[in-house]
Design a protein around this ligand. Structure first.
Ligand code: UT7
Length: 332
């Protein structure tokens, strides 16, 4: 029997209209465009405005873009996974609301969270459902409204994060294209270096928490930076070696967009040239679960059937990993 591979057959994306430029940030905190660009590579990010709009709003729009582009009947979708670190609310899943709103009425759905590695780990989950043979269409959406947890007086975090969503459709492939290999890792010793302290089950957001600003994301940037550089490069080099791949064999590196310097360090370790590296951090900043699908959204027209892609991510938890993937269509 031919092995069933899981591959991506469609891509969609959505970013909100409001553009938060470095210039605007200069009027909000003590920072400047030159510092932000040289230390992070970010020029602007998108912010979702509007009452009671959450990550589902971003997810729904990205999914609708994918459905319209490829003329997909949403009732044929079997499963909707929303990878997000900023779900709409506790207890009621963002994915079930999203699935219903896009007309995926025959699908089951769930959220998954591994911070900035959510989408990468989601690719692994989506692939297993396809490879089992039980499901034919799995919609994986990475969506985050990071602005909901940002303290816009904290220059260490507010310059980095933005809002956005990207969606991909996973389907079976019998030509051996799609998911090839993966190395996924977590280390709970990292959890104090990047977190939102209150609002979860450990600690509700009470008056004391609000007084301390514990409802906002805080990070020890230097420690996160060092761990991201080491670990993303480590798993990416290992996955190349394990698959007997040289730098010339790889067409693309699609790495989580957290900091241009982290992306460069990973690319340098793999000895890749600039033309092999997908980058859009300058436009969107760090959109957590949405960075990788937004890269695919922006680069889809350049991708060719058979292109070998190394995906890599690092995030809170800590969580990180790398996936080796063969692209399966030309975008004509
Ligand atoms: O997806 C995973 C999530 N997060 C990450 O991957 C983030 C990883 N970390 C980073 O990207 C970087 O650590 C940051 C961009 C957050 C910070 O860059 P850095 O090069 O590590 O700067 P730093 O924190 O060491 O600060 C250097 C200097 C400090 O001043 P002094 O002490 O040298 O006088 C900071 O106070 O830069 C100052 N600084 C700023 N200056 C202007 C820190 N933030 C800013 C700012 N504007 N926004």
């Amino acid at each position: 029997m031919t092995k069933l591979n899981a591959t991506i057959t469609a891509v969609g994306g959505y970013v909100p209209e409001f553009v938060l430029t470095n210039k605007i940030l200069e009027s909000m905190v003590e920072t400047n465009d030159q510092w932000i660009v040289s230390r992070t590579g970010i020029k602007e990010r998108r912010i979702l405005k509007g009452n009671e709009l959450g990550s589902s709003f971003l997810a729904i729009n990205a999914a609708k873009d994918l459905i319209a582009k490829k003329n997909i009947d949403p009732t044929t979708i079997d499963l909707v996974i929303v990878a997000t670190a900023t779900p709409d609310m506790q207890a009621a899943s963002t994915a079930s609301y999203t699935a219903t709103q896009i007309g995926a009425i025959n699908a089951f759905s769930f959220d998954m969270d591994a911070a900035c590695s959510s989408f990468l780990f989601g690719m692994s989950v989506a692939a297993r459902y396809i490879e089992s043979g039980a499901y034919k269409k799995v919609l994986l959406i990475g969506a985050d409204k990071n602005s909901s947890m940002i303290d816009y007086t904290d220059r260490a975090t507010c310059i980095i994060f933005g809002d956005g969503a990207g969606a991909v459709l996973f389907e079976p492939n019998k030509e051996g294209l799609g998911m090839q290999d993966e190395i996924l890792k977590t280390d709970g010793k990292g959890r104090d270096f990047l977190k939102v302290k209150s609002g979860g089950s450990c600690r509700p957001t009470d008056e004391e928490a609000i007084k301390n600003g514990d409802q906002f994301i805080r990070q020890d940037g230097k420690t996160v930076f060092k761990n991201a550089v080491f670990n993303m490069a480590d798993v990416s080099t290992k996955i190349l070696k394990r698959n007997n791949l040289n730098k010339e064999d790889i067409q693309w590196l699609a790495a989580h967009q957290a900091n241009q310097r982290i992306i460069d360090a990973t690319a340098n370790r793999l000895e890749l040239s600039k033309s092999q590296v997908m980058v859009n951090i300058e436009k969107y900043g760090n959109t957590t679960s949405a960075t990788i699908p937004l890269l695919l959204y922006d680069y889809e027209s350049k991708l060719k059937k058979g292109d070998k892609i190394v995906f890599a991510a690092f995030g809170g938890g800590f969580s990180w990993g790398s996936i080796y993937f063969k692209w399966s269509y030309n975008n004509n």
